[in-house]
Design a protein around this ligand. Sequence first.
Ligand code: A3P
Length: 275
Amino acid sequence: MQQCLKTRPTDIFLASFPKSGTTWLKAMIFATLTRTNRSIDQHPLHTHNPHQCVMFMDVGFATGRSQIIENIPSPRVMSTHLPYFLLPDSITESNCRIVYVWRDPKDVLVSMWYFVQKILGGADKIATFDQYYKNFYEGLNSFGPIRNHVHVLGYWEESKRRPEKILFLKYENILQEPVKCAKQLAHFLGCPYSEAEENQGVVEQIVELCSIKMLKDLNVNKDGYPVTTGEYISNAYYFRKGDEAGDWKSHMTQEMAERFDTMIEEKFKGSGLHI
Ligand code: A3P
């Protein structure tokens, strides 16, 4: 992918660490870009899982399906879980826009634990939560050790340097102020909401369309498999709680949480980023 991906100036990339809100942002970006040519009631998100609407480009390349990526009409939207420093030069050296979504790593950990259980078919097949926590704390997790924060810091620093290139969003902020974030996203993507759209409540409709409440109950998201993630991850696995922040409180003791936060804050020193 690093050698072969040819970007187009209109390409948009969604980057995230797994379990940070990828599915949500795929829906938001797709719905924002396609809002003018479709009525919200008949929107493809009613019948397609967000992962079918926006493909993981890394999985596409890894499974020999890069031609699908080539064939996507412009403006293409693609997603990746790669850290910034591993992105192809054709992305980092271009002016293509990147949206990065970040989430409290403690909730990422909890979400990942449940996700892995679903993939493997039950709690008895993976570590207990305490063991899973310990592994995460020590940096033993997929997609790069969360404890060194290379993933988030790479995008964070680049978003400070080039805010027109990278929009850095926090999952918790979107939950708190979805309309404000939806407007910020549309503005960044180059298709801001018009006054008429705002007056007609289009922003609220897009937010509602992409909410977990709405998406989770759709037939398409109760079953089936997204093309790129393969047949071991059901569409349904991408939706769990999602409507409130801080599920870690039901899984970690105060001491576990503080230990985790201290480790994170240590790495963030001087960066301006905080949980
Ligand atoms: P929880 O397991 O904490 O509920 P990803 O999409 O990166 O795999 O992240 C999955 C997490 O995002 C899950 O978190 C899931 O429930 C949540 N999620 C999925 N769709 C969402 C949406 N539309 N709005 C808010 N959260 C959503």
